[in-house]
Design a protein around this ligand. Structure first.
Ligand SMILES: Nc1ncnc2c1ncn2[C@@H]1O[C@H](COP(=O)(O)OP(=O)(O)O)[C@@H](O)[C@H]1O
Ligand SMILES: [Mg+2]
Length: 285
């Protein structure tokens, strides 16, 4: 559902286009929008999504993370049927671009980093066997979500309480996820400035994000990883533009490349100088 209302509480739907807040349902299938990748339907307390060769490994991961007691992660419901998976619906709001103002609150930054840390810690000792949709990366410290960004986070009462859209998970370094989260949630992207943060505020938010994640990872270490991540994402977006026959994804690739090229080598000197303002992308590709 999209439409009227203002809250991030899961009871009302904010007015920002595409932002989804799950109201009570009557159990009939309702198409969910917000992503780029395919047909997603809500059916009561479940979500039906396209599945693939990676789904068995992802379901094993989701079960393990749930078993470890991490709240806010969908639970697989049954087997893949007709190329579709069924996972549990996570109650709350999932924002979409252009991001609503509540997505930039400091509590959001902190709760997102803490959830990512809990998930990473829960995956550190898990089976790494695929097949995964994304390639594994070294050092494979944890199993990365690989699309841990505002548009895949579930919000309740102004905090991040869950994360959906696990298709691209694969073994990788903690920083691979943290760098991309920083890109989307600080944000570091030049192309979504609906937040209106100054360069100083952006530097502060990046420091806070790293501190809330809570390992020794420092902002200065994160930016070279982010550069690599964005170049990789640009290549992926170009591939997806071909495969899904969505030429607009080439434009996303260009945005990633220009963001990668503009990343500072000295983050304290010139992180996020004011750049052009525009609409952000709808999802990872
Ligand atoms: N398990 C879930 N719980 C709550 N909402 C979900 C869930 N899965 C998907 N959604 C909703 O459906 C939208 C698209 O689903 P998503 O899995 O992100 O697909 P895509 O791959 O297209 O990005 C999301 O933006 C969100 O609003
Ligand atoms: Mg998504």
């Amino acid at each position: 559902m999209k439409g009227a209302g203002t809250g991030a509480d899961g009871k009302t739907a904010p007015s920002a286009g595409g932002t989804y807040c799950g109201p009570m349902t009557d159990g009939s299938a309702e198409r969910l929008s917000g992503g780029n990748m395919g047909d997603v339907y809500r059916v009561g307390d479940a979500v039906r999504r396209p599945a693939g060769a990676w789904t068995p490994a992802v379901h094993r991961l989701l079960r393990e993370v749930n078993r470890a007691g991490v709240a806010g992660v969908p639970m697989p419901l049954g087997q893949v049927e007709d190329g579709r998976e069924l996972v549990s619906f996570i109650d709350g709001c999932v924002p979409a671009y252009p991001m609503p103002a509540w997505a930039w609150a400091e509590t959001v930054l902190l709760s997102a980093a803490r959830l990512l840390r809990r998930i990473h810690d829960a995956t550190a000792g898990l089976d790494r066997a695929g097949p995964w949709r994304s390639p594994a990366r070294q050092p494979a410290e944890v199993i990365c979500h690989n699309d841990f960004a505002t548009y895949n986070l579930v919000f309740q009462n102004g905090e991040v309480v869950g994360v959906i859209d696990w298709d691209f998970a694969s073994p990788g370094p903690r920083m691979w996820d943290l760098a991309y989260l920083a890109y989307r949630i600080v944000p570091i992207s030049e192309h979504d400035r609906s937040d209106t943060f100054t360069p100083d505020e952006r530097r502060r938010r990046l420091t806070l994000l790293c501190a809330a994640y809570g390992t020794a990872i420092e902002p200065g270490e994160l930016l070279p990883v982010l550069r690599e991540r964005l170049v990789d994402l640009a290549e992926f977006s170009d591939r997806m533009a071909q495969e899904l026959n969505k030429p607009e994804l080439h434009q996303h690739a260009e945005l990633y490349r220009s963001d990668a090229a503009r990343l500072p080598t000295n983050w304290q000197a010139d992180l996020a100088e004011e750049g052009p303002r525009g609409e952000g992308q709808d999802g990872a590709v």
